[in-house]
Design a protein around this ligand. Sequence first.
Ligand code: COA
Length: 160
Amino acid sequence: MDILYPGTFDPITNGHLDVIERASKIFKKIIVAVAKSYNKKPMFSLELRESFIKESIKDLNNVEVRSFDCLLVDYLKKTGVHNILRSLRVASDFEYELQLALMNRKLDEQCETVFLMPNQNYIFLSSSMIREIAMLGGDIECFVPKPVYDYITRNFKAYK
Ligand code: COA
């Protein structure tokens, strides 16, 4: 079975990567789909978010990275994949994820959402937290994949 893992990934964290690695052992193919996400006003460009993921998953043979700028269910139809992967970190994720999963299924009844739990070491991680720590020059090395760490420490004023 193939599955699509959508998200803003602004930027990808070790929590996202952990979910991708777990999924790569269960599913035949994983498409990581980076959403343009206008409403979230991402800090990193779509191209950069995609390239961080591509570099981080290069050892996983059954993972592809793509981007989309439309309704998720429309993108699923385009790719021919009907299953969505999302992660549940803590109980408070559940309410929003339930809403998202049920709305997507209402929009396309073929669409099923599968949830995986990341390693407990990453359940407190979020991309916005990483962005804030990075803006203030804190140590993010153990929270993000190396390509993200290298980019941030090379380009952010707080690390100069
Ligand atoms: N490790 C670390 N962080 C994780 C995580 C994990 N395993 N799982 C979730 N998160 C974090 C993300 O980093 C993100 O953090 P942030 O808000 O601090 O940046 C947050 O949890 C999840 O954000 P959320 O907005 O719930 O999801 P998203 O940005 O990852 O993706 C889309 C949302 C793109 C899937 C959704 O908006 C979408 O489908 N958009 C397309 C348009 C559409 O179809 N809309 C209708 C949907 S019904």
